[in-house]
Design a protein around this ligand. Structure first.
Ligand SMILES: NC(=O)c1ccc[n+]([C@@H]2O[C@H](COP(=O)([O-])OP(=O)(O)OC[C@H]3O[C@@H](n4cnc5c(N)ncnc54)[C@H](OP(=O)(O)O)[C@@H]3O)[C@@H](O)[C@H]2O)c1
Length: 255
């Protein structure tokens, strides 16, 4: 079967590592993000290690018209993408004494609005073909409202919830839905953190785990491994305990 994937946020971090891992496994790629020079560099690397087709689109995913046109164009070039990965994301920070709206707005636009826009646009194309895999890169931070990251946590909770609905709705229609929830991965996004991040994983290792999960059409994948157990524990923690533990640990990590 033809192996092809469209991936957003491909210029850096987890997206870049996933693009390289997919290339190694022989996928044709459609890569989206804003920084063209990085996309061109990654296209060159992907072609060297196994990809036969690598198309790139330098687009801001919050620009609805251009994003949809990029998805149309990449999908056509790949002859109908088998997989779509909504990976582009930003982490808004907030302090208790500042107006968090500007960064919250961007966080929600990229992590929720654009991610759902991409998933819905690709869903329609896949439904017409009667097959496909939709993937959303959410976060362990979506399990609860993490200190200093209200918009980020709520954006990932929203994405996880939307993916859950899609998974059930599309099950009988030939479309698989995969939710990926990373813990701490060593990328430019986490470089801003000041404290020691528990179980920090390299993006190349995470990409291998995530791409394997996508190929297996797993409903959920969480890495690093300890977060598989921490995620439900975080969700079940009583409010007073959550406030006590997280206000110390998470705030120290984020700085
Ligand atoms: N790293 C972690 O520990 C971690 C943990 C949990 C979840 N995640 C999630 O994993 C995903 C990838 O994160 P990362 O750590 O790899 O972050 P990253 O290294 O900062 O990379 C983010 C990617 O998203 C793209 N992007 C951001 N805003 C965009 C926009 N408006 N339009 C198009 N592309 C945009 C960036 O490309 P351009 O700047 O070139 O546009 C870049 O390729 C995100 O959804 C993040 O929330 C990461």
């Amino acid at each position: 079967m033809k192996k092809s994937v469209i991936l957003t946020g491909a210029s850096d971090g987890i997206g870049r590592a996933m693009a390289l891992e997919l290339a190694r496994r022989g996928y044709s790629l459609g890569l989206i993000s804003r920084r063209l020079e990085l996309l061109e560099q990654i296209r060159g690397e992907c072609l060297k290690i196994g990809a036969t087709v690598v198309e790139i689109e330098s687009v801001d995913v919050t620009d609805e018209t251009r994003f949809e046109a990029a998805l149309d164009s990449l999908d056509r070039s790949l002859g109908g993408a088998e997989i779509f990965v909504a990976n582009a994301g930003v982490t808004g920070r907030s302090c208790f004494d500042e107006n968090a709206w500007p960064s919250a707005k961007q966080t929600l636009l990229v992590n929720v609005m654009a991610a759902i826009h991409g998933l819905e646009a690709m869903k329609i194309k896949m439904l017409a073909r009667g097959r496909g895999t939709l993937v959303g890169v959410s976060s362990v931070a979506g399990s609860r409202g993490m200190p200093t990251g209200g918009a980020y946590s709520s954006s990932k909770a929203a994405l996880t919830t939307h993916l859950e609905t899609m998974r059930v709705d599309l099950k009988s229609m030939g479309i698989s839905v995969v939710t990926i929830a990373p813990g701490f991965i060593d990328t430019p996004l986490t470089k801003k953190n000041k404290g020691k991040m528990p179980f920090l994983m390299q993006p190349e290792t995470a990409a291998r785990i995530f791409v394997t999960a996508i190929e297996k059409k797993k409903a959920w994948e969480i890495a690093p491994r300890p977060y598989l157990y921490l995620y439900p524990i975080l969700q079940m923690l009583p409010r007073t305990l959550f406030d006590f533990i997280l206000s110390r640990t998470y705030r120290t990590i984020r700085g």
